[in-house]
Design a protein around this ligand. Sequence first.
Ligand SMILES: Nc1nc2c(ncn2[C@@H]2O[C@H](COP(=O)(O)OP(=O)(O)OP(=O)(O)O)[C@@H](O)[C@H]2O)c(=O)[nH]1
Length: 873
Amino acid sequence: MSDKTVRQLAEVVRIPLERLLEQLKEAGLSASSPDDVISEDEKMRLLSHLRKRHGKIEMSGEESPRRVVLERRKVIEIKQTNAPGSAPKTIQVEVRKKKTYIKREPDEVKETVNPIVVESAAPNEAEILHEQEEVSEAIVEVIAEAEQPAPEISAPEEPQQEAITTTVDADVDLKPELDIEDKFLVQPIKGDTKVKVPVKPKELDDVKKKQDDKDRRLQESISRNADRVRQQAEEKQAAAHKKKQQDENNRGGGGRDAKKVKKKGKQPQRAAPVSDSKHQFEMPSAPIVYDVTIPEMIIVSDLAQKMNIKAALVIKHLMKLGIMATINQSIDQDTAAILVEEMGHKVIMQSDDDLEKEMLAEAQIEDVRVALPRAPIVTIMGHVDHGKTSLLDYIRKTRVAAGEAGGITQHIGAYQVKTDHGSVTFLDTPGHAAFTAMRARGADVTDVVIVVVAADDGVMPQTKEAVEHAKAANVPIIIAMNKMDKADANPDKVMQELSVIGVLAEEWGGDVQFLKISAKTGVGIDELIEALIVQTEILELTAPVEGVASGIVIESRLDKGRGAVATVLIQKGTLENGQMVLCGHEYGRVRAMFNENGKPIKDAGPCVPVEILGLSGTPNAGDEFLVVQNERIAKDLAKHREDRKKFTRHAAQQASKLDEVFSRMTTGELASVNLVIKTDVQGSLEALRGSLVSLSNEEVEVKVIFGGVGGINEGDVNLALASGAILIGFNVRADATARRLIEEKGVDLHYYSVIYDAIDEVKKAISGMLAPEIREQIVGLAAVRDVFKSPKFGAIAGCMVIDGFVKRNLPIRVLRENVVIYEGQLESLRRFKDDAAEVKMGMECGIGVKNYNDVRVGDQIEVFERTEIKRVL
Ligand SMILES: Nc1nc2c(ncn2[C@@H]2O[C@H](COP(=O)(O)OP(=O)(O)OP(=O)(O)O)[C@@H](O)[C@H]2O)c(=O)[nH]1
């Protein structure tokens, strides 16, 4: 304890300065002015003088008290604000403190370094009086007043450590903390209270060592993980920021959602009013310019997301550009680019092929593999009942390798047979429909087409179609003249009829191999296969055997027990079990592989058809299949293809429009106009074909890819799709399946009923002089279910409207088997007994056709409208 001046002592003992000076004088002490210093010794002398004066005897050392106890009481008021929504509460805390000073003998002092015994510290929990129950968090700090001993007590020498800190804290842990400088251990004693406890030097060393150790470990761990932690923190912050913006966007969407967010946000705000200002939204000081990558087509909402703005804003800007689009609608690349530039961002154009190539570059290295000769892939086509299935079955039966003969024979869409000269792969999907459907999907997988013609029947309509399809695909043909075992077989007649449609046998100076076979007896089938091998040699078919596999999906189905099962035909490389494959927009790891005999196999090379299990879904026939490095690439590509599929409809529509013939010709993009023509009778087909082909000039060639008689079917549409052709229906209509496909793929279809109109229109299209077009739009279709006779209107067709609507005063056509048999006007339209102005789809009605009484059950009545459309070239 330090010496004090007279003035300080007077203040401490709270007596007037003059009186103290007088008392000092009386005691014979030297201090005579307020600033003189009084030593401890002098203080003691003053004390004994005063005691004597008050009649007390001076106590000897033994008599003086060894222990002095000081008690102190302090009431503190604290404000409690943590109860959500309630007013702050005032809590009074009374802290009672008791300090005991003990005078020790010098030898006692030597025994312990810190001789002071803390008898009762303030936190003696009973002494803290909680006057209100709801105290959950309060901090009471009582600072011991070491400087406040009563003046008449001799202060002990060393014990500076009597300072006691009492803390009431809600979240203290009970681990001791070391206060090394003061040689204390801050020990939590119970609940929220901590006491400083003096420690011995040895203990101090131990604790210090432990603490050092702990600090060192912590430091090491921090430096080790600093980067990772920083990165995680940044990611977390970015995610939080993104979420916040999304929330804001949602809130911007208004309505119930916005309210919900608001309501939800209220509670946490109250519970945690303190927030770090760093995490709050800060207004950017300058506009943010984003690099916006625009694919060939982009959905409005995706575009908005790329610019980090609301979709409504994009829609608004599009409106300014004169484009009405909804949030889910896609817009083309050019429009998107204008919009993005207008909004101040940077445009990066990206073509879908670029993206796919970029992605595939990761998946596949450049193909520098050595190509080896491979088996031909063959499709068999021909007219109904001419023996396609019988031929395939015969080859399969006799040619399946001996070891596999006992296997479970199953239809997987393709199979391979081994011959003395090599293998041949047959696509087991007879008929040109499947062939064209595959081609329409871009899969020109067939190397050779075998056209089967029954020698007793000769060339039939579907024989011609098969030839035309093979020619359109630019695939060599082999003619198999079947049923040669029959007595009335006439191969010469077949050869002659085929020569008329441009298929000339080798022996007649042409380049097509004709083989005489019997699928029943097997005669000539070996020769047919040999002819195939010869053809393969001419074609010099090769494929790399090593490396990652790629190929085509032949067919797929969903099997109850095995999930998605797809037959794929490998075109390059070798497929192995367990590899990750991508088929169209499906992907998966090959769980198992089977050959056409249902035998599990581990790998398969080029031209081998295999059934694979493990795909995420069923891909389409004709989809490309390939092995990719990992699931991430497969997934990304699958998603990209799925997205692209949504947009290809638009692109397909651009491919073959009569309106666009001229503009595409002038840009040098188009050198030929391809047409697929279907007519009601053979005569009009020949007339149309001849006239249209003669429209060719030095700039453009008009090609009739296919011409046939009868309604337009799915095969015709697929053919038009595969060859980018325009469909012309002359007095014929498309059936329901074909109509769906036309709509889905956006094929350009034109109906005519006057040959001159068709010729005129194609002529104008290629000369760029298309006049305003009177476009016919079919608005409704009704199926005739019954026919009644009415004395007033003649025959009345009892109909069901199966598409669109039937309206009085509109022109109509009567169709039989999708061929127009009458064109005229509606005479009467009734619902039950009443006249009706309009009858909608799904309703029955009675239709009377003006001047036509030959309407029959099964006919269809087509209702159409004529509108004038200005041509834009
Ligand atoms: N005599 C004889 N009959 C045959 C021959 N090839 C096929 N047939 C018969 O002709 C009929 C039709 O044969 P398919 O193999 O079903 O003909 P397809 O071309 O596959 O017929 P679709 O599948 O309906 O197009 C069957 O009754 C066969 O038995 C043959 O070489 N000789």
